[in-house]
Ligand binder design. Sequence first.
Ligand SMILES: *Cc1c(COP(=O)(O)O)cnc(C)c1O
Length: 356
Amino acid sequence: MIPIAKPIIGDEEREAVLEVLNSGIIAQGPRVREFELAFSEFTGTEFAIAVNSGTAALHIALLAHDIGRGDEVITTPFTFISTSNSILFTGARPVFVDIEEETFNIDPDRIQERITGKTRALLPVHLYGHPADMRAIMEIAEDHELLVIEDACQAHGAEFNGKRVGSFGTGCFSFYPTKNMTTSEGGMITTDDKRIAERARMLRDHGSRERYIHEILGFNLRMTDISAAIGLCQLRKLPEFNRRRIENAQTLNRLIHNERIITPRIRENCKHVFHQYTIRVTDDRDRIVNILNEKGIGTGIYYPIPIHKQKLYKDLGYNETLPVSERLANEVISLPVHPSVTMENLEYISSVLNGL
Ligand SMILES: *Cc1c(COP(=O)(O)O)cnc(C)c1O
């Protein structure tokens, strides 16, 4: 089976973890600090705050901006549930805006009509590693004095107009094993705002700056030095990992010739880092997935149910129709393009698809 995702852990990571274990400092310590500095440099932000998941990054970023009960946050329904659940955690209400067919990302043209007096923030997702339209989004945010929090959990190293995602608003990253780089579990918040960075550091650590002095209500969402040691190795490899993902995606785009299949596009001025390579088939999706799996090709459906259609959200009273998201949820199939996928694999995948 060619798996849909595969973390690459080498001797470097193994040795770095052993070094931490032998050091005696195994929770948050010097490696976390080092990883934060390296990641902020990579993203091009002043600060980076490490936490123990991408979900924690989103949750803390929202809280650091004082988003809570009575507030509305505009986001996409075509994403992992974590994006909008983080809004719910704070007591605020997610407001869903439908997506663009071409990029699978929030459609800026539909944002304006959902802005109310309660709207505090826009929370775009750079889905599959393709940046959301940050020019339009930043413009709307400026016009309406809204905060921008980016869910960059799938987009480490992606760029819009030559600027890294996570550096437009407050950035949130995940290092789950299937992402473009991993720390096992882990996450990061990026920002240029000193006050937000300070609040995020306190929120991850029981509201304290100084041990046993507690200023606000916080959590324990810290990253361990074991994770950070893995992250430091992975961050050094990320440019090469991304290069291989992009190359694999370009190869598939070149080799797939089947008029029933729509291959992914890259919007002008965007660097897409292909966390997922996602094709669309306008009918018979389940049968095609079965054929691919039977022929040893791993697939993923990201995501089969848009968030506003999930039971949790229906129970909260969401009953709107967002037609593009609902249609694309039935059409998408993600195929393997992670760095371990070989040229032979790609030729095989495309020959199976071309024979459908
Ligand atoms: C992975 C992911 C998250 C959550 O990250 P975790 O580390 O799993 O908590 C949030 N949003 C998106 C779009 C993701 O892909």
